[in-house]
Design a protein around this ligand. Structure first.
Ligand code: ADP
Ligand code: MG
Length: 423
């Protein structure tokens, strides 16, 4: 049996069918990752899923594993069920229609096909509600098990409503191969989904990390004014104190409290989740905010930040912009030791605004420089290795350009340019 060409259970066509499905999955994720439109709404994603899955659905039917008198055998149920499990009825119903129309145009009308796939569509859509709640690992098992159960149910249905013959090749190609294929394909889908998810969350993850790293220096910076206030309060408790001195102490205490408030405000505006809107940015003001926020951190390292900022305006998202330069300047501070300086320069000329962050710190070797911006590359004990990557992603998102120069022992210069906003 295994030798004869048309009766081989696992033949070239099985692999072809799998190949159509895999290519379409990669195509889906490629488009999903590169075209913003598909990420905006669930409905857009569903349209893409239907379009991408209907191709292997049709190709599987067009190049089946084998054709028996009462049925055509191929892996079409795999793309159909993938769409059903991941998209629910909104994807399943259109795929069902495409499947039935294609089947009848290619091989003629068959009632069993309608009965089997309507049943799969109904059960699969119901199952989808449950499937969406599962974890990655559970999805692998659940999708394979459900595919198997549906194949059994389909067989029972076919035998009940017609004189359908259950052959050996039918058992292999319709009941046994699809759950295995499903396991394999759901694994690939879940891996791709996770990779995209992590990438899309990198900016936010890194922000959380920076926020927690800055917390120590911020609380230190707030303790100072509070200690001053406490001291003056104690002084004021003394009885023999003139109204004039009291007034003076009060003013100093208030000033210190204001400073503490300002530090907390800066910190909180950064820590909050931010709206994703494009606005007019005043480069010098945004950089000033970033530098203010980093001052406590720089003090902790004994580093001075020297800023020379020319006014300039550009378009972009303020929070992203701040995070971008926060990471870059923070790296500069971390590379510099006591008494060193980090220079931040912004100047506009012609059509571009150029921001230069220069430090006289430890610098990078050629190898380190080559890996700059690579995710998880860090030479620091508590580093995330995400800061540089996030900064670069943000610069590219805002259509900017960047260049880094570094010499071991000499320091590092990061140069970033953006288009100026035309007035
Ligand atoms: P992290 O700061 O968490 O280590 P980053 O992505 O911000 O991660 O930076 C990656 C690596 O690049 C750092 O660990 C460091 O080795 C190097 N680097 C980045 N900026 C500088 C700089 N200004 N001077 C020296 N090395 C730097
Ligand atoms: Mg960093």
């Amino acid at each position: 049996m295994w030798e004869s060409e048309e009766m081989t259970y696992i033949n070239q066509h099985v692999l072809n069918n799998l190949f159509y499905i895999l290519v379409s999955i990669f195509f889906f994720y490629f488009l999903y990752d590169h075209v913003r439109f598909f990420q905006q709404k669930k409905a857009h994603q569903h349209v893409l899923l239907i379009a991408c899955l209907s191709v292997p659905l049709i190709l599987c039917m067009k190049y089946p594993i084998y054709i028996a008198p009462d049925c055509v055998h191929d892996l079409r149920q795999v793309p159909f069920l993938i769409g059903t499990f991941y998209g629910g009825w909104a994807v399943s119903v259109p795929l069902l229609l495409i499947l039935l129309v294609a089947r009848f145009m290619m091989y003629g009308y068959e009632f069993i096909t309608v009965a089997v796939y309507v049943m799969m569509c109904l059960c699969g859509s119901l199952f989808s509600l449950f499937f969406q709640q599962l974890t990655r690992k559970q999805r692998l098992v659940a999708s394979a098990a459900m595919t198997f159960l549906l194949a059994i149910a389909a067989t029972v249905l076919a035998v009940a409503i017609s004189d359908f013959q259950v052959t050996e090749s039918y058992v292999v190609d319709f009941i046994l191969v699809p759950p295995v294929a499903m396991l394999f394909i759901v694994f690939i889908i879940e891996t791709l989904r996770e990779a995209l998810f992590i990438r899309s969350k990198a900016i936010k993850l890194e922000k959380m990390e920076v926020v927690s790293q800055l917390a120590a220096s911020i609380s230190h910076e707030i303790r100072n004014p509070l200690t001053v206030v406490k001291g003056f309060m104690q002084l004021m408790k003394a009885k023999d104190i003139s109204a004039e001195t009291k007034e003076q102490y009060m003013n100093i205490a208030l000033e210190e409290l204001n400073r503490a408030c300002m530090i907390i405000d800066d910190y909180l505006t950064f820590a909050k989740p931010f709206p994703e809107k494009i606005e007019t940015l005043h480069v010098e003001r945004e950089l000033e905010k970033v530098i203010d926020m980093l001052r406590p951190f720089a003090n902790m390292y004994g580093v001075q930040i020297v800023a020379t900022l020319m006014p300039a305006t550009m378009e972009g998202n303020a929070q992203y912009f701040r995070q971008c330069f926060l990471n870059i300047i923070k790296n500069g501070i971390e590379a510099t030791t006591n008494g060193g300086k980090v220079y931040v320069d912004a100047h506009a000329d012609g059509k571009t605004v150029t921001i230069v962050v220069r430090d006289e710190g430890e610098g990078m070797t050629k190898e380190q420089l080559a890996r700059f911006g690579e995710p998880y590359f860090s030479t620091k004990e508590k580093g995330t290795g995400l800061g540089a990557m996030v900064s670069i992603r943000i610069i590219e998102m805002m259509n900017g350009t960047w260049r880094i120069q570094s010499e071991k022992g000499r320091g590092t210069t990061m140069t970033v340019s953006f288009s100026l906003l035309e007035k």
